[in-house]
Design a protein around this ligand. Structure first.
Ligand SMILES: [Zn+2]
Length: 345
């Protein structure tokens, strides 16, 4: 039902692309990260829950149509519907059904529910297109409650010592998930501008988040000691940080699972928190969909393809234009943050 053309996944019968990496006439998008929602397409179709965020990323002129979760519409002979992927606000798996043959393009996904988006829904299918950002057995996440205990403990200790806590996470998705998980009784919470705009979109979309103040709107006399400042990782080490006085820095990312990442990032603390499935959750989903064929994109494709083939599942690695997930991959971060449509998370 899908083929790979020069712009990405294309459905000839429905005449649309899914998450194209170049401008196309009609794009169905799984979510608003820059490597999935490309700027400049003729029209976009996405899940209703993520409309505000997609609008911010694509601009006022973009033609954006949305559908509620699970509601299907016809594009040619193909019935199309969107189902929660649990990755960021509005992130969807796109289900295609042509006469009972079902394909699901999962975009990015995670199965552990969080407060900032609808939980992942398992969608049975014949062919499943999966990410493999963290598709190696070394990637295993602790329950997020444990991670937030670590974050809150770090913040509390810094507050007691009279330091500000600078917590870095990608501006779209991770930053809001951090805000939803921290304990606001510890101290005031401030945000970098790139985080604040999207956080407003989350609130306007009905996601409950603690009060935040934009750093640049705080008076010069502000005492930052004891506060938590949430910012994108690109802000680390910039002059923007000077105003805070004595600080401790922390970075929340799945890549913190890899030894040395925190040091290379020049952070005091690393928190292993990802919006992608870890290895156990990935293989659980691959089995549970019942798919007899799987296309594997992003990240550690070969390991996942091998695992599938050992189980008799037809598997193929699909090269994507972007290697790894822009919103978490260190190597491609600078590219993502200069992408059209704003900073990429
Ligand atoms: Zn993503």
């Amino acid at each position: 039902m899908l083929i790979l053309d020069e712009s990405g996944f294309y459905c000839p019968e429905g005449d649309f692309h899914i998450d194209p990496w170049r401008p196309v006439p009609r794009a169905l998008v799984t979510h608003s990260h820059a490597d999935h929602a490309h700027w400049g397409c003729g029209a976009y179709l996405a899940a209703e829950a993520g409309e505000r965020v997609l609008r911010r990323r694509m601009g006022d002129e973009a033609v954006i149509e949305t559908v509620p979760w699970g509601e299907s519409l016809s594009l040619g002979p193909v019935r199309v519907s969107f189902h929660p992927a649990g990755h960021i606000l509005g992130s969807a798996q796109i289900r295609l059904d042509r006469g009972g043959e079902v394909w699901v393009v999962s975009g990015d996904y995670k199965t552990e529910p969080d407060a900032t988006c609808a939980p992942f829904e398992l969608v049975p299918c014949n062919t499943f297109v999966t990410e493999s950002t963290f598709g190696l057995p070394i990637f295993r996440w602790a329950p997020q409650a444990e991670v937030f205990d670590q974050v809150n403990g770090w913040w509390r200790k810094n507050a007691e010592a009279g330091r500000a806590s600078l917590l870095f996470g990608y501006a779209l998705g991770k930053a809001q998930r951090l805000l939803a998980g921290v304990d606001p009784s510890i101290g005031p919470i401030f945000t970098h501008g790139a985080v604040e705009n999207l956080t407003g979109d989350y609130r306007d979309s009905g996601v409950a988040l603690p009060d935040t103040t934009l750093v640049s709107a705080a008076p010069d006399s502000t005492d930052w000691a004891g506060s938590l400042v949430v910012a994108p990782p690109s802000a680390n080490g910039t002059p923007w940080m000077r105003r805070f006085g004595e600080v401790s820095t922390g970075f929340a990312s799945g890549w913190m699972r890899i030894r040395g990442t925190r040091r290379r990032r020049a952070m005091d603390r690393g928190f292993v928190l990802s919006d992608h499935v870890d290895w156990p959750a990935l293989v659980e989903v691959l089995e549970a969909t019942g798919a007899e064929r799987v296309w594997v994109t992003h990240g550690y494709r070969e390991a996942v393809v091998r695992w599938l083939r050992e189980r008799g599942i037809e598997a193929m690695a699909v090269a994507s234009r972007f290697e790894g997930e822009l919103d978490e991959a260190e190597s491609t971060e600078s590219k993502s943050e200069t992408a059209p449509g704003g900073e990429a998370s």
